[in-house]
Design a protein around this ligand. Sequence first.
Ligand SMILES: [Mn+2]
Length: 300
Amino acid sequence: MRFFNFKEEINDDTHFVIFGIPWDYLTSTDLPNSSITPDSIRNITDDIGFTTELGFHITNFQAADIGNVEIIPTSVELNIRKIDTFLKEIYTGNEDIIPIMIGGDHFCTYPVVKAVGDQIEKKEEFGVLIFDAHLDFYQEWDKGVYSHATLSHRIFDLEYINNKNLIIVGARDIDIEELNLANSENLKFLNAYHIIDGIDYYIDKIKEFYHKSNIKKLYVSIDIDALNPSIAPGTGYAIPGGFSYREMWKILKEIALSFNVVGFDLVEVAPNLDLENRMTLILAVKLIIEFMDFIRRSKL
Ligand SMILES: [Mn+2]
């Protein structure tokens, strides 16, 4: 089972490497089952047309799907190390490869961002863009410092990440403690209610933010709950007021054209909460494949 017909092996021509992290131990409800998502997403690619919306043949992507990281659900520190090793192997022999991670809960993003950031020589050019209904900025959550609710705080704690190169977009479900924490650190986030001002608001603000600090290389993390639950019902925390598919499509297109996207992920899809027609899984596949096409075009 592979993502579309991508090959399993990385070779000299490989541009994108897809892999899954089937891990949802650090979510904070018993409802979602995002550990089955990487394979559910691969499965559904059989039912989706083999072209992107702009007409690129998916068979022509120079991409590999190398499977899943082997996870032992409760072994948090061990999994973090395993994910790091997995990423380092991807980069062996080709440091320009663009890793694409399918989660898993949002915590899966932390070890991936760290591995991607660690191998970038000019750290001052590196930025992280997170789409999320939540800030995930708690210092600790039910299972400790590592949780899907502390994700962006752990990223923020990386020595090369700060309030000038990390931005969270689509926020609309923030607790008081978390808001106070975010404000005290001057964490940059864009609220979802600006959608009523038109999608260019986000494109302009995101570009302005990164240009101000001279960021050129971006890691992008997409929590599916950044999108509106009317189109993404299959997730643990369905918060109203998110982006439409087309709005997200447009933002991703502009981001890919304006920055060098060095990796991205899609997390928090829960197939067990999806509708029978699997619309959240299809949305996830479309976002991945469209973003890949935008990134490919930006490098032509
Ligand atoms: Mn979220």
